[in-house]
Design a protein around this ligand. Structure first.
Ligand code: NAD
Length: 420
């Protein structure tokens, strides 16, 4: 995909999010002013970060931090390092974080950050200097009771550790609750790394019950074999579900008898690439239309569109990726009776366990893996049921129902504060 095309797609992601928010607010009876408040972040900071490169030159990077709405509580959301990060994308992602927080009832609004860079082509020390420089640049507007960052695409627990260290130095006290997704030894939480995939699994099980699908005999296709996709494939395989297809940016593998997931996990690289090792691959487009019961897009946005929605064989689509299905495709799938579990619900496991991490940091008392998983299950099953019930009661698809629940709390909080 060339850069210009990807920017157009990302622009669409913001405007389609705004249009569903508009619809959700009108269904809930809110006035137009509420939409005017919630359609954009309440605060958006652009920073320029000078970084001394290993060859002695200085490179200036552009970074962003968006805070969508802080009526409910501090904002929260990841920091993305990617060459195609744009201001519009960061805005859209911050709105999605607000919706997720509303859906799983966390005391947060949504935030998001990004730096235009490619860490895959930078040294370890250059990435460290960039991460520390970003924290210095945004330190005025972030903090444990203001805005709490976390990992996202191409950022990880090591980067969170550098950011935590920089923030603690600026404030002159240890602040583990400033950031989540940290290594365990610095106050990270059990279960954080696999939380998104665990949440997707919980939503998938609930959706299968609604459709009367027995997961032991079910066939699942997962697009994307990175953090979300690979943990999910492992959970599925361990539970005896047949993973018949997986893919990465270079192609896809399909076997109707089921793939050997442990073998593929052993061979994937740290960027989630594995298909290059095989000759008999198919394309990502072909994979999406293959026979299966459940399809999980876990890679990038705009994968199910008006061009292929009619050919999807799955009776359940669970969106692990952010924005993989366009609005037109959502309509086609819903008319065909496909149960679509939307991204703002299906991928909310990550922010939920990030919240658990922050709670543990605040109280200085840490939970076991089992405690974290049990609490995550309780939160997500309840969120799924609320959204499913609302979608049946109001005769709307699950995406609109999820937006109605997600937006309602921040609208209420904004109204009580007298903002609208
Ligand atoms: P990742 O970078 O670890 O993995 C991405 C995977 O997608 C890789 O296997 C990559 O090869 C593949 N991919 C990239 N471009 C592709 C293309 N054009 N076609 C097909 N496959 C392609 O990312 P991740 O953390 O697993 O995130 C995947 C999606 O899930 C993103 O949309 C992300 O926003 C969303 N998500 C992730 C988390 C999380 O905690 N990791 C949380 C919420 C949402």
């Amino acid at each position: 995909m060339d850069e210009d095309k990807s920017k157009v797609d990302k622009l669409d992601v913001l405007s389609s999010t705004q249009s569903i928010i508009h619809k959700a607010l009108s269904k809930l009876g809110y006035p137009e002013e509420m939409y005017e408040l919630l359609k954009e972040p309440i605060r958006m900071m652009t920073v320029r970060i000078p970084v001394r490169m290993d060859d002695g030159s200085t490179k200036i990077f552009t970074g962003y931090r968006a805070q969508h709405n802080d009526a409910v509580g501090p904002t929260k959301g990841g920091v993305r390092f990617h060459p195609q990060v744009t201001e519009k994308e960061v805005k859209a992602l911050s709105i999605w974080m607000s919706l997720k927080a509303g859906i799983v009832n966390l005391p947060y609004g949504g935030g998001k950050g990004g730096i235009v860079c490619d860490p895959r082509h930078m040294s370890f020390r250059e990435v460290e200097r960039l991460s520390r420089g970003y924290v210095r640049a945004i330190s005025q507007i972030v903090g444990p009771t203001k805005d709490i960052p976390a990992p996202d695409v191409l950022t990880n627990s090591q980067i969170m550790a550098w950011m935590l260290d920089e923030y603690s130095r600026i404030r002159e006290f240890d602040s583990p609750n400033f950031i989540t997704g940290k290594p365990l030894v610095l106050g990270g939480s059990h279960g954080r790394e696999s939380a998104t995939a665990k949440g997707v699994t919980i939503c998938m099980m609930e959706a299968a019950k609604k459709k009367g699908i027995d997961m032991t005999g079910a066939k699942v296709i997962i697009q994307g074999f990175g953090n979300a996709g690979s943990f999910l494939a492992k959970f599925m395989a361990d539970a005896g579900t047949r993973v018949v297809g997986i893919s990465d940016a270079y192609g896809a593998l399909y076997d109707e008898d089921g793939l050997d997931i442990d073998y593929l996990l052993d061979r994937r690289d740290s960027f989630g690439t594995v298909t290059k090792l095989f000759k008999d691959t198919i394309t990502n487009e072909e994979l999406l239309e293959k026979e299966c019961d459940i399809l999980v897009p876990a890679a990038i946005e705009n994968q199910i569109t008006s061009r292929n929605a009619a050919n999807i064989k799955a009776s359940i689509v669970v969106e692990a990726a952010n924005g993989p299905t366009t609005l037109e495709a959502t309509k086609i799938l819903s008319e065909r009776g496909v149960l679509l579990v939307p991204d703002v619900l299906a991928s909310a496991g990550g922010v939920t366990v990030s919240y658990f991490e922050w709670v543990q940091n605040n109280q200085g008392y840490y939970w076991t893996d089992e405690e974290v998983e049990g609490k995550l299950r309780t939160v997500l099953v309840e969120a799924f049921e609320n959204i499913y019930d609302l979608s049946v009661r109001r005769k709307v698809d699950m995406r609109l129902a999820a937006y109605m629940i997600g937006v309602r709390r921040m609208a209420e909080a904004s109204r009580f504060r007298g903002w609208v």
